[in-house]
Design a protein around this ligand. Structure first.
Ligand SMILES: NC(=O)C1=CN([C@@H]2O[C@H](COP(=O)(O)OP(=O)(O)OC[C@H]3O[C@@H](n4cnc5c(N)ncnc54)[C@H](OP(=O)(O)O)[C@@H]3O)[C@@H](O)[C@H]2O)C=CC1
Ligand SMILES: Nc1nc(=O)c2c([nH]1)NC[C@@H]1CN(c3ccc(C(=O)N[C@@H](CCC(=O)O)C(=O)O)cc3)C=[N+]21
Length: 307
């Protein structure tokens, strides 16, 4: 018999609903102080998955009272035209947050586009100013997915200090900022990737596993130390038993045997990503109005070290 505590499913939908309730309350306070926060979402091309994500973002924004403006551009949009739109949005006072949905079509230089977004409106936290600030441990606009994962981990484990976290994946969107946030939370952090040796052995040493790989069900019970907490970032659409399914990077049914707590896919990290996008939109609005006393009083205002 397994003497461990029962497996705990980490409910990302419920956690996201709590974050969105906080956001709605803050939006009401902001509106009372004379500011109606706005988010611009830019989508280039017709990738079906991106269209679903963008629609979900716009819906969630509206639900918590954030004005959202969707800019849909054709797949053959010239880079210069996209940069011009970002320039216009940077200068538009009614826009507090700008998100450029990734991936962009191949003819567009992604890093040039992300650098064009004002760091004060960079709700994805992808501008080098914010990436650098996060790595220095400053309070800056932080990528939504890792921020959501950290909240789930804090809700599940409490204090993370001294825990050994293994992050699988080193992308700029998830793996690297996740590692920076865990380090900031005083974890011992190991980042592994496609060139890592002894991946499974390293993973089996972890108290916390964050899988952001893009490989369906790569991580199974053999990778998980009994009692570890598992956060599955992966979103993989696969065909199985003659139908299309969404699965994570973790083999959920197998990992359950060892994990103390685990996120499902769907209903885990995904909803938290969108909830933190809304939170970041408010944080960005506060950054843009440092002299507004009613906004400055709001909780969790990031420090004003961004120029
Ligand atoms: N739930 C959410 O909100 C979000 C989910 N996602 C999902 O998370 C997953 C990861 O996304 P993203 O970080 O953008 O993906 P990337 O493809 O940019 O990065 C994947 C990382 O995984 C590593 N990797 C690939 N194969 C292996 C392997 N077999 N063993 C070990 N490491 C491997 C790569 O290594 P190397 O660097 O050496 O190539 C790379 O660092 C995807 O499924 C994506 O859809 C992404 C963003 C948000
Ligand atoms: N600039 C930019 N910022 C991003 O944050 C960004 C991006 N580009 N490009 C793509 C990835 C992916 N991503 C997801 C967000 C929500 C869900 C989500 O809500 N998922 C639901 C399921 C949705 C479904 O059914 O397809 C869930 O997991 O429960 C998933 C993935 C954000 N990304």
């Amino acid at each position: 018999m397994n003497a461990q505590a029962p497996i705990k499913l980490i409910d990302g939908k419920a956690a996201a609903a709590r974050v969105l309730a906080e956001v709605s309350a803050e939006v009401r306070q902001m509106k009372a102080a004379g500011l109606a926060p706005g988010l611009a979402v830019v989508l280039v091309g017709q990738d079906p998955a991106s269209q679903v994500y963008v629609r979900n973002k716009v819906l969630r924004a509206e639900e918590c009272g954030i004005r959202s403006l969707e800019h849909k551009l054709p797949a053959d949009t010239a880079e210069a035209e996209l940069l011009q739109l970002i320039h216009t949005l940077n200068g538009d006072d009614s826009v507090n947050g700008i998100l450029v949905q990734l991936p962009l079509p191949g003819h567009i230089d992604e890093s040039r586009v992300l650098q064009a977004v004002s760091p004060l409106k960079d709700v994805d936290g992808f501008h080098a100013e914010n990436v650098g600030g996060l790595s220095q441990g400053r309070e800056v606009l932080t990528p939504c997915t890792p921020a959501g994962c950290l909240r789930l981990l804090e809700d599940t484990c409490g204090d993370l200090a001294g825990k050994h976290a293994v992050v699988i994946g080193r992308s700029n969107i998830v793996g690297k900022p996740m590692a920076a946030l865990l380090l900031k939370a005083h974890c011992t952090v190991t980042v592994v990737h496609s060139k890592s040796a002894n991946l499974k052995d390293l993973c089996r040493q972890a108290d916390i596993v964050v899988a952001a790989v893009g490989r369906p069900r790569l991580v199974d019970a053999e990778w998980i130390k009994p009692g570890a907490v598992v956060i599955d970032v992966g979103i993989n659409r696969i065909e199985e038993d003659g139908r299309s399914k969404l699965v994570g990077d973790v083999d959920f049914d197998s990992a359950l045997a060892h994990a103390a707590a685990i996120t499902p896919v769907p209903g885990g990290v995904g909803p938290m990503t969108i909830a933190f996008l809304m939170k970041n939109t408010l944080a960005a609005a506060r950054l843009q109005h440092p002299a507004q006393p009613n906004l400055a009083k709001l909780p969790e205002a990031p420090c004003r070290s961004i120029s």
